[in-house]
Design a protein around this ligand. Sequence first.
Ligand SMILES: *Cc1c(COP(=O)(O)O)cnc(C)c1O
Length: 366
Amino acid sequence: MRAYVEVDLGAIAANIRAVKARTDSEILAVVKADAYGHGLIPVAKAALNAGASWLGVALLEEAITLRESGVTAPTIAWLTPLGEDFETAIKSGIDLSASSTSLLEAVLAAGKNVGTKPRLHIEVDTGMHRGGVLEEWSDFVEYASLHKEEFELIGYWSHFARADEPGESYNQLQLDEFSRKLDSLIAAGLSPQIIHFANSAAALTLPAAHRSMIRLGIAMYGLSPDITTMGSSLDLGLQPAMSVYAKLHLVKSVKKGDPIGYGGVGVAAADTTLGIVVMGYSDGLPRSSTPLAGVTHDGVRAPLIGRVSMDQCVVDLGAQSVARAGDYVSVISPAGYSADEWAQAANTINYEIVTRIATRVPRIYT
Ligand SMILES: *Cc1c(COP(=O)(O)O)cnc(C)c1O
């Protein structure tokens, strides 16, 4: 293999247990986007074994893949635009989110067609101004109340915009709005069985948001929601689950001043040894990465030099390097560069670094 991703399912289990020790709420494992690049099915199964009782995905097809793989745990798909195959969702026992009256209408119509009451979670917009019912709330409640015999009301939920900023007053504002709208729902005779609001950041820092279930994403993968406001994985007692390795295609010597790669953007600062790594932006390494990221060979850090190419990148192994063509280097690993360092080098967040590692890079599970 010229490159591979190694996923430590034991780390995922440990992270779930670590969070579980800090809450009485049920845990929904968020496995959208191929489990943040870690692999949908193995991660879902490991999460359920470790004590998660629910699964959450964005897309309906992700939930269907779970069902086709024999996963029967309660599963919600929360990003299902009008026109999706709601009948298949209902027949597959997949929970759907109702985030507008027209979506609710469409799902109820599908339920009638298949003769099964859909299992629904009402999503309320409490201030993020992305998903959820906002200005049509009273009309929505009226409609839902009128049709309450046509669906099973499972959940009531919302999402935080700024939970990764502990102490931020906007979080309290969202919590208050969440409670107010829940009161009006109950007053209309609609009582959800499960209330869920917290993402990883709120699970770690905002106990008032835990309610009956937390939706655990990035922390389950062992990464901090925001290293600047919440500290590192280590600070949070989490173990990163993803490592990435790639082979050196070539090892070569260059002279001080030699330009490296497209545009000659990288220049050797001294006579040195270059490593040509068989991984590039088509594999998910951001082209915008600076030498703040790189690879590790035998414990020695080798920063990027020059632009990341489509299938390869070049690193500065140093004049004394003993690296040889065909050796593996670690791109992301516990002892080497972290997903957080890659994120910093590309001016993005660790979520994006792990999620974008392309599916053409095989996943191996330990
Ligand atoms: C992605 C997502 C989460 C998980 O967020 P993390 O910050 O990764 O914990 C929770 N809820 C919803 C609705 C999401 O889309």
